[in-house]
Design a protein around this ligand. Structure first.
Ligand code: ADP
Ligand code: MG
Length: 201
């Protein structure tokens, strides 16, 4: 099946690909010419493995992620389920129900000790009927520290408010749902503390 590029970021190209007849996505980590070849191979392989593992672990924790179909270690590609939907940044405005779902799912992710590492409204897909799917775990890691969870959420807050400063209500809905769903209770205080530190450091 002919491959069609869907997106191309700093690290990877996303191709629409057919795997055993099903519509799938290939996330292919590109070689970086400026790194020595051996090191480059190692970094790309590690990130590929890590992302596949975290996509799977998040799903085990009840968080929606695309199903990993295959990993090509030679090529540094993950083949995963194609999610019909669009980036959440196009859907959050005024949609507090969706925001609450985002908060709830992040709480589940964090309760499982998974930090996303690049939590933005680009890396959350709105798949219709209020369903959301988390993608792009290449910078994720395992941690149960309140600080790491707060930084994850600050990332989301920044991208949300940078795109549209009027989305404060949406941000509050995410945070409230996060706490209600069993996310770190003192998270709002921790976020403020880190933001204060950042401002005056
Ligand atoms: N499984 C998927 N289903 C549908 N679209 C996807 C999927 N994975 C990635 N995409 C699309 O490709 C874009 C880039 O993918 P992402 O994993 O975030 O790579 P990058 O590291 O380059 O940001 C996403 O914002 C999304 O629009
Ligand atoms: Mg991304």
């Amino acid at each position: 099946m002919a491959e069609r590029a869907i997106a191309r970021g700093a690290e990877a190209e996303i191709l629409e690909s057919g795997l055993r007849g099903a519509k799938a996505i290939e996330k292919h980590r590109l070689a970086k010419g400026y790194r020595c070849r051996e090191l480059d191979e190692k970094i790309r392989l590690e990130r590929t493995r890590l992302e596949a593992m975290l996509l799977h672990r998040a799903k085990s924790a009840g968080v929606r992620t695309p199903l990993v179909l295959a990993v090509d270690q030679e090529k540094k590609s993950i083949f995963m389920e194609f999610v019909e939907g669009k980036n959440a940044k196009f859907s959050v405005k005024g949609n507090l129900k969706l925001c609450r779902e985002i908060g709830k799912q992040i709480a589940a992710l964090h309760s499982a000790g998974i930090i996303h590492g690049d939590l933005t409204t680009d890396n959350i897909l709105a798949a219709g009927k209020g369903r959301i799917v988390f993608i792009d775990f290449g910078l994720g890691f395992n941690s149960n520290k309140e600080e790491d969870k707060a930084v994850d959420l600050i990332n989301l807050k920044k991208t949300l408010l940078a795109g549209d400063a009027s989305l404060k209500k949406e941000w509050k809905a995410i945070l409230k749902a996060y706490v209600a769903a069993g996310g770190c209770k003192g998270i709002a205080g921790k976020i403020e503390e880190i933001e204060r530190r950042g401002r005056y450091a």
